[in-house]
Design a protein around this ligand. Structure first.
Ligand code: DGL
Length: 360
């Protein structure tokens, strides 16, 4: 009898202790994600002479610690640390910075102590850096690229909220596996389709016809779709041990055009040429002759369009099969250039490269 009583007593004590642990665990604050901010420059780190200066300011003046300290709310949503990768206006972005950034992103994301990365960046070429990383980062963890259209010194500056939302997004489970994202002005864009659509407005980043992937609202991400194209861990491209990227130039289509610029790029050693054609990637006769000559010298030719939306149809405005040209699908010229640069690290076969443009 005594033994049975003792067993009951021990069981009750164990149950009470377990209950206490459960209650304590439920009350414990949720573990915050570890997010690293890699700063490259841009307006988000810029400064203007007055609170009304929204043009004619200086980009890339503020170090990453100032960006973090300027948004104290960050510590409520993540454990944030920062590194300065570069301090440039993004019109000056280079392959050298890209390769340094890609290497650092991959190193950090390989650590169990890092849950996501935010990259602060000038808005002029944010879409290019985001797409490049979308094709080379070997992790499912969130990578979010963010900028600002007004410097922190301006009234109603957008950088602080953009950074706050981007850190939340980079630390979120919802963003895992979505590819590289661009998060500004409360919207979430995918790296493949986002482009800058206005020189100055806060809502400049859109995917004009293919649309946003979701919104940021009330400190939470809300996704409604995701990219159907290959990216990050499903990408065949790897720049880990690369110190340079193949040269690819863009020639622009317009009325009364000439092949002079194209010939100069080929003479300078371009391995690939993207043609931003009129309409559905149409070619001015003299330029078409220049592209045919370039292709015969081994330069890979991609037909894109200056229009910005829609599919550039293969064998539509040119006999791509016969000329061994590649059609860029829906990638605009600046995005097609990036995919072609990476494609050329694998092959110069136009058929194989066309496969890549259908898949990425
Ligand atoms: N110079 C531009 C750049 O760094 C400023 C624009 C911006 O960052 O919003 O991209």
């Amino acid at each position: 009898m005594k033994r049975r009583l003792l067993c009951v007593l021990v069981t009750v004590c164990l149950l009470m202790f377990s209950l206490q642990v459960v209650v304590l665990a439920a009350d414990a604050p949720a573990k915050l994600p570890n997010v690293v901010i890699l700063a490259t420059g841009g307006t988000i780190a810029g400064s203007g002479a007055t609170t009304t200066t929204t043009v004619g300011y200086t980009a890339a003046t503020m170090p990453v610690d100032n960006l973090i300290n300027g948004v104290p709310e960050l510590k409520n949503v993540a454990n944030v640390t920062g590194e300065q990768i570069s301090q440039i206006a993004s019109e000056n972005m280079t392959n050298k910075v890209w390769l340094k950034l890609a290497k650092r992103v991959s190193e950090l994301l390989a650590s169990d102590n890092v849950d996501g990365i935010v990259i602060t960046h000038g808005t002029d070429t944010i879409e290019e850096t985001a797409y490049f990383l979308n094709l080379v980062v070997k992790s499912d963890k969130p990578v979010v690229v963010v900028g600002a259209m007004r410097p922190p010194t301006a009234m109603s500056a957008d950088g602080a909220m953009n950074l706050y939302n981007s850190v939340i997004l980079a630390g979120s489970k919802e963003a895992v596996g979505k590819g590289v994202l661009v998060c500004m002005n409360d919207v979430i864009n995918g790296a493949r389709d986002v482009t800058k659509t206005n020189t100055a407005l806060l809502d400049t980043f859109r995917a004009p016809e293919l649309g946003y992937l979701g919104y940021m609202q009330d400190s939470k991400p809300h996704f409604y779709k995701e990219s159907t194209r290959r990216h990050t861990t499903n990408s065949e491209f790897d720049v880990t041990n690369m110190t340079e990227l193949p040269r690819v130039d863009i020639v622009y289509g317009y009325e009364n055009n000439t092949r002079v610029g194209l010939d100069a790029f080929v003479a300078a050693g371009a391995k690939g040429i993207v043609h931003a054609g009129v309409g559905d990637g149409s070619l001015f006769t003299e330029v078409k002759e220049g592209l045919i000559d370039a292709q015969k010298k081994g330069v890979v030719i991609v037909r894109s369009s200056r229009v910005g939306n829609g599919i550039i149809a293969r064998n539509g405005e040119a006999n791509d099969d016969q000329l061994h040209f590649v059609a860029s699908d829906t990638l605009n010229a600046q995005k097609a250039r990036i995919l072609l640069m990476l494609a050329l690290t694998k092959t110069s076969d136009p058929t194989e490269i066309q496969r890549m443009f259908w898949e990425y």
